[in-house]
Write a protein that binds this ligand. Sequence first.
Ligand code: SAM
Length: 246
Amino acid sequence: MEVDDNKQDGKLQREQGTEEALSDQKVMAGEALDRRNVWEPSVYYALGKESFYFAGHNISIRESMDAYGALIWPGAIALCQFLENNQHQMNLMDKAVLEIGAGTGLLSIVASLLGAWVTATDLPDIMPNLTFNLLRNTKGRSRYTPQVAALSWGQDLERDFPSPSYHYDYVFAADVVYHHECLADLLKTMHHFCRPGSRTTLLWANKIRFQSDMRFTESFMSSFNATLLSELPQQEVRIYKATAKE
Ligand SMILES: C[S@@+](CC[C@H](N)C(=O)[O-])C[C@H]1O[C@@H](n2cnc3c(N)ncnc32)[C@H](O)[C@@H]1O
């Protein structure tokens, strides 16, 4: 009988212990929920996916937080919209297009879907995601298979892209101006591909954010024949068109 009583006590204690543990868990879960509401990570490393509809196609872009070039920026979206809305004035069919700082490749994809022969370039680290997005969205849909190449602004341009052989009708640049140390190299790259006599047209779309952006814009405007094509006040994006000064 004593043994049975002890067993009963033990069972009671275990049950009480289990109830306490459950109630502790509930409190902890509640606290975790409260914490979730006040704390958010500043960097989130999961891959994301963005969907767009341009040039008659659904476009799915893989993004990540690993690098600026793995995100879609407002300049790219603005230029895609501009190209789609102005297909008659800016006909890309069978045109050679180079994009610098292509990032996720959205703009190059749209140019490719609009019939251009596209070379999308960026830093070497950006190549895998850029290639993935370009192939996934243009395979079986584009007139020409888009090319991908590493191009670091201002580096080995004459060696890797010698001017007589590498001629483009258009050079695209979206949101390539922000707070970084390579603005002089960027301008040098623009001039390399947009030379006197080349008849290459440069389209540059950028959200204007900093004083340094304004200084770059001044150098850009004074060193090219440049005009402001479009301004989107809501997005704070400007689209410029430029050709070389002869
Ligand atoms: C702000 S992101 C814009 C990406 C894309 N054009 C868009 O609008 O979504 C700037 C891009 O420039 C590239 N970039 C930055 N510095 C560079 C450099 N020195 N040479 C080549 N590309 C560079 C980055 O890798 C990135 O893809």
